[in-house]
Write a protein that binds this ligand. Structure first.
Ligand code: FCB
Length: 467
């Protein structure tokens, strides 16, 4: 146990904020960018709320200077952003698009000029449409395409970027993209979702190997979305088993291959009716488990789960696609009285501590970063234009404290990125869900720092909650 002042984080703790290309950039057809699966998906009627698309989003492509100035004003020490694959390598193969790369060069230069550490995510869900047409993530070749793209981007930006995450939340790409189909590309076929999962992980390992070979000093990692999981009734064996299954599918099926070089046996058994894991070839898992410099964790909430209702027969996956192949019948529950955000996600800050401590305990030591954490709320704009988002302030405060608790309990947590810098395109929810510390008026593109942003400036300044 480390003993530290309860209000102060360890020296050098990194404070940042995160965004993603398709959620903020806009300029969808500019300077050689070709469509990604999210352009196709959002332009297909019925897929996003209100038919919203990322065509314009926060127009960050044109306003990046103003946005970096905002980051500097907040005192951000690091900015986590993602590269739009079809902007820098249109179509997903072949040569690079210099105009697309130039955008990211300008962005990185602007950040460095203001002493803000650039933290690049290579894939935050915008697969070039051509690669989806060729089979998408269920096709093994997509992993090789990704590794090639990753090496090319590193070749172009590696002189100024040291921190690279391969993927953001492969769980979402695999299970929301190919099982329930609520995310792009919107396919609903559980066996394909599992193949996608493996090829995302393989692409991660291949990219890590490729970048490492070119640049021994690069800081390489991946970002996983991890959940705290609880049984509805810890005295009920059926609920305990439901928690084991969902922990397996949400957390361990990614953590184990990346950090231990194997898929969990119990999860493979749970999935026996869906897939025989025949997509795993000799040597794959060694590649997937290539050594990392950090693990990024996105934490939002807890899943509370219960055994199947004995009176209801679950529909098998091929009739009722869900995001939980092989565990379609597990019941997800809400705890009475626990506050929820505008996403209907329970606010559970202790779950963040629990998650960090669990990773530190169950897996080989690797530096941890919270690469996303935040909350959507319905913000009210005051007559003077200000946004006094006290619900978000309270959410963040509780989670900063939860990070501090995890460090005190020995978890090697080195930094925290708030989600998000700006209100943005929240995927299938379109612009209806606001996560920003900075409000965006989508009519005028005006930015307004919310109370949570002003609060974050103080937290960063004091390296803790003293202010
Ligand atoms: C995460 C995504 C991010 C954002 C937040 C709310 O799953 O990585 O893009 O949508 O959720």
């Amino acid at each position: 146990m480390t003993s530290i002042d309860p209000l102060t984080f360890p020296p050098g703790f990194l404070w940042g904020a995160a965004t993603a290309s398709y959620q903020i950039e806009g300029a969808a057809a500019e300077a050689g960018r070709t469509p990604s699966i999210w352009d196709t998906f959002s332009h297909t009627p019925g897929n996003t709320l209100g038919g919203d698309t990322g065509d314009v989003a926060c127009d960050h492509y044109h306003r990046y200077r103003e946005d970096v100035a905002l980051m500097a004003d907040l005192g951000l020490q690091s900015y986590r952003f993602s590269i739009a694959w079809p902007r820098v390598q249109p179509g997903g193969s072949g040569s690079m698009n210099q105009q697309g790369l130039d955008f990211y060069r300008r962005l990185v230069d602007e950040l460095l000029e203001r002493d803000i550490l650039p933290w690049v995510t290579l894939y935050h869900w915008d697969l070039p449409q051509e690669l989806e047409d060729a089979g998408g993530w269920p096709a093994r070749d997509t992993a090789a395409r990704f590794a090639e793209y990753a090496a090319l981007v590193h070749g172009a930006l590696g002189d100024r970027v040291r921190h690279w995450s391969t993927f953001n939340e492969p769980w979402c790409s695999a299970f929301l993209g190919y099982a329930s189909g609520v995310h792009a590309p919107g396919r609903k076929h559980a066996p394909d979702a599992l193949a996608a999962m493996h090829h995302l992980l393989l692409g991660h390992g291949q990219a890590v190997q490729a970048i490492r070979a070119a640049d021994a000093g690069a800081q390489l990692g991946i970002t996983l979305n991890l959940y705290a999981i609880s049984p509805a009734d810890p005295a009920e064996p059926g609920d305990l088993d439901a928690a084991r299954r969902i922990d397996g599918l949400a957390n361990r099926v990614f953590l184990d291959p990346v950090l231990l070089g194997r898929y969990p046996e119990d999860v493979k058994q749970d999935l026996a009716g869906v897939s025989d894991f025949g997509f795993v070839r000799d040597g794959d898992l060694e590649t997937v488990a290539a050594p990392l410099d950090f693990l990024g964790i996105n934490y939002y909430s807890r899943h509370v789960v219960a055994a199947p209702d004995p009176d209801v027969t679950a529909e098998p996956y091929w009739r009722a696609p869900t995001s939980w192949p092989g565990s379609e019948d597990v019941r997800f529950q809400k705890r009475p009285g626990v506050p929820v955000t505008d996403m209907d996600w329970e606010v559970d800050a202790p779950g963040l501590t629990e998650t960090l401590v669990r990773v530190a305990k169950d897996y080989p030591a690797v530096p941890l970063y919270i690469t996303e954490n935040g909350a959507a709320y319905r913000d009210a704009v005051e007559p003077d234009g200000s946004v006094d988002d006290q619900d978000r302030v309270a959410y963040f405060d509780a989670h900063y404290r939860a990070c501090h608790d995890a460090i005190a309990a020995g978890a090697p947590l080195h930094g925290y990125f708030a989600w998000s810098l700006l209100d943005n395109f929240e995927w299938a929810w379109g612009y209806t869900k606001r996560f920003g510390m900075v409000r965006v008026d989508y009519e005028t593109q005006e930015r307004t720092v919310k109370a949570s942003g002003h609060r974050y400036r103080e937290v960063i300044k004091h390296n803790g909650l003293a202010g």
